[in-house]
Design a protein around this ligand. Structure first.
Ligand code: NAD
Ligand code: UDP
Length: 348
């Protein structure tokens, strides 16, 4: 059903699986939608380094060519400007579906397009299914869902079995309900048409290549501290989030894709911080004199978020390795370079 690498049972896509001595792992053809974005571009780096051929499909709404430019000229890399709401027939082994604005500022910018793009996810999966039915290819589809499916959770920490507490008519609904719909579509294609699927529920992730001005809290605080502006804390700053470094997420996504379990799996770092605590870590890391400025909070802001990752630990053998205090300086170097165009040593 899968590529010859899968059928032969060796050189499988599993980076951790044992390849018989003397046999080289066969590269896979992999599509990464949203591959020019923050998370996608780090995933592409890992897949290319592993020896796979990668096709990035991106409309550059929030992504940037600079994130993947270092692969230009590599015969194993291809970049297609395409909006995933339009049909696309793909003959590949795996599809990582990340295309979607992820920051509240971006997904609220055109909420109708946001929710429609999830509904039109069927175009992507249908394309895959057509290819399967034509017996040309049997691909695996991984959906990057989100902790937002839990809404403003009444269970803490959140387990995958929790159905969530989402406002269906709020300003965040285009994203939250959109991702919930995407999970539904993914599972219905799996149950109804036998499409091989995987679902990841990603918790707040940060790292190099995040959009500098995308409005998310980590990118805001880091950029503000570097520019000597006050750190903007929304509301009373007591709401919590759990922040995951991007390399941990990429490892989790790859393990999920290669493993035998559909999910959904929470992929997040259980280290939980209030926004005021996050501001303190940013002060410690960048500028102890950075001021804090309180601003009104946004509507429907979830009060707390923390993943229960027992399922991923047990079934994927995965857990995050990079703490916030270790990961933040790695992001700061990248932001410093992009904001000031240089790297001042000893300043992390
Ligand atoms: P990002 O905005 O950096 O990347 C998204 C990419 O998708 C961008 O390159 C953008 O240009 C592209 N894109 C958006 N709409 C598209 C469309 N219609 N057609 C083609 N390309 C399109 O965001 P990210 O943080 O890298 O997030 C990647 C995925 O992970 C998203 O699906 C997001 O919902 C999910 N996620 C991220 C986080 C996080 O904290 N970063 C948390 C939960 C879920
Ligand atoms: N937030 C903040 N200051 C900012 C941006 C965001 O205090 O400059 C808060 C926001 O109100 C929310 C938390 O940080 O409670 C996380 O926001 P973000 O947009 O990063 O992610 P999400 O809400 O999607 O988890």
């Amino acid at each position: 059903k899968f590529s010859s690498a899968h059928r032969l049972g060796f050189g499988s896509a599993n980076p951790t699986s044992k390849i018989p001595l003397g046999l080289k792992r066969k590269g896979l053809r992999i599509v990464v939608t949203g591959g020019a974005g923050f998370v996608g571009s780090h995933l592409v780096d890992r897949l290319i380094a592993r020896g796979d051929s990668v096709i990035v499909v991106d409309n550059f709404f929030t992504g940037r060519k600079q994130n993947v430019m270092h692969h230009f000229g590599n015969p194993n890399f291809e970049l297609i400007r395409h909006d995933v709401v339009e049909p696309l027939l793909l003959e590949v082994d795996q599809i990582y579906h990340l295309a979607c604005p992820a920051s509240p500022v971006h997904y609220k910018f055109n909420p109708v397009k946001t929710i429609i793009s999830f509904i039109l996810l069927q175009n992507l999966i249908t394309g895959l299914l057509q290819a399967c039915l034509a017996k040309r290819v049997g691909a695996r589809f991984l959906l990057t869902s989100t902790s937002e499916v839990y809404g403003d959770p009444l269970q803490h920490p959140q387990k995958e079995t929790y159905w969530g507490n989402v406002n269906p008519i709020g300003v965040r609904s285009c994203y939250d309900e959109g991702k919930r719909t995407a999970e539904t579509l993914t599972m219905d294609y799996h149950r109804g048409a036998g499409v091989e699927v995987r679902i990841a529920r990603i918790f707040n992730t940060y790292g190099p290549r995040m959009c500098i001005d995308d409005g998310r809290v980590v990118s805001n605080f880091v950029a503000q501290a570097l520019r000597k502006e006050p750190l903007t804390v929304y509301g009373d700053g007591k709401q919590t989030r759990s922040f995951q470094y991007v390399s941990d997420l990429v490892e989790g996504l790859m393990r999920l894709m290669e493993g035998e379990h559909i999910g959904p799996f929470n992929l997040g770092n259980p280290g939980e911080f209030t926004m005021l605590e996050l501001a303190e870590v940013v002060q410690e890391t960048i500028d102890p004199n950075a001021k804090i400025e309180f601003r009104p909070n946004t509507e429907d802001d979830p009060h707390k978020r923390k993943p229960d990752i027992s399922r991923a630990k047990e079934l994927l053998g995965w857990e995050p390795k990079v703490s916030l205090r270790k990961g933040l300086p790695l992001m700061v170097s990248d932001f410093r370079q992009r904001i000031f165009g240089d790297h001042k040593e000893g300043s992390n």
